[in-house]
Design a protein around this ligand. Structure first.
Ligand code: 0L1
Ligand code: MG
Length: 262
């Protein structure tokens, strides 16, 4: 795809984000034959443009890590995108709903590595051995596309719907933690909305990190030690509205993360 066209698509996506207005899918209006490779080229240019605007990368995120979402999109592989510093909200902080389009929240486990691991061929055991600590998180996703509907290339170009993240402050060493059976409860206004477990994320959240490292290796990229990595939703995403109070509680003493919506 020509650089000029990539630039045009990036501006279109950024304008939707900045104006908080949904747009038609790129595959509907601009490029019906958009490939996965081209979609990542658009995502890369979009991130570069945001960096040029003064934002910084906080860390990578994995998306489409549940069997349900993979089946829904008819794909085998999850996708990745980037959380930027401008998307971070402090634990217990407040977001203004009118700064988003149609946001949803997802409970996720975050990983921080103590050493660099390079794909290909990285396994979840390699990831566990290289992990410094994990932390509880809420991801806010907000597709720039109409009705939150997209094809796989569309959502990749749109930075995997990344829009916000609350990183919990309680960090936890792995020790004997079982991340496959670790539970999570997502409550809104005191009511349980979703319940999940670590195994919802590619059977084990460390598998999501392994897949990320291996996908990045194909592009000559890696995850830096110390960078927070979001591994993917442990439950279905839940729509949020003004006035909501979101509380996500993880088992095994991993902690609680909170978000207010005004
Ligand atoms: O973080 C995610 O799993 C979202 C990936 C993109 C798909 C979606 O927006 O639901
Ligand atoms: Mg997510």
């Amino acid at each position: 795809m020509e650089l000029e066209k990539i630039e045009k698509l990036v501006n279109h996506l950024l304008s939707a984000q900045d104006k908080h207005t949904e747009i038609n899918k790129l595959t509907e209006t601009h490029c019906p034959d958009l490939t996965i490779k081209e979609a990542y080229a658009i995502q890369k240019a979009l991130i570069e443009k945001r960096l040029a605007r003064g934002e910084a990368i906080a860390g990578p995120k994995m998306g489409l890590t549940s069997q349900a979402k993979l089946q829904q999109m008819a794909v085998d592989d999850p996708i990745y995108g980037y959380v930027l510093d401008s998307m971070l909200i402090e634990d217990g902080g407040t977001i203004a709903i009118n700064e988003y389009i149609h946001p949803k929240v997802e409970p996720e486990l975050g990983f921080v590595l103590k050493e660099e691991i390079k794909g290909p061929g990285v396994t979840k055991e390699d990831v566990l051995a290289a992990t410094d600590f994990i932390f509880p998180a809420i991801e806010i996703i907000d597709s720039r596309y109409r009705n939150f509907q997209f094809t796989l290339p569309d959502v990749i170009a749109d930075n995997a719907s990344a829009a916000g993240a609350v990183f919990g402050t309680s960090i936890k060493k792995l020790g004997t933690l079982d991340l496959e059976t670790i539970g999570v409860v997502l409550e809104i206004n005191g009511k349980v909305k979703e319940v999940g477990a670590g195994a919802a994320v590619l059977n084990h959240p460390a598998e999501a990190v392994a897949r990320l490292v291996n996908i990045l290796a194909e592009q000559g990229k890696s995850v830096k030690p110390g960078q927070p990595i979001l591994t993917g939703a442990m439950t279905a995403a839940v729509k949020i509205e003004a006035g909501d109070y979101v509380e996500v509680k993880f088992g095994e003493g991993v902690g609680v993360v909170r978000l207010f919506v005004s």
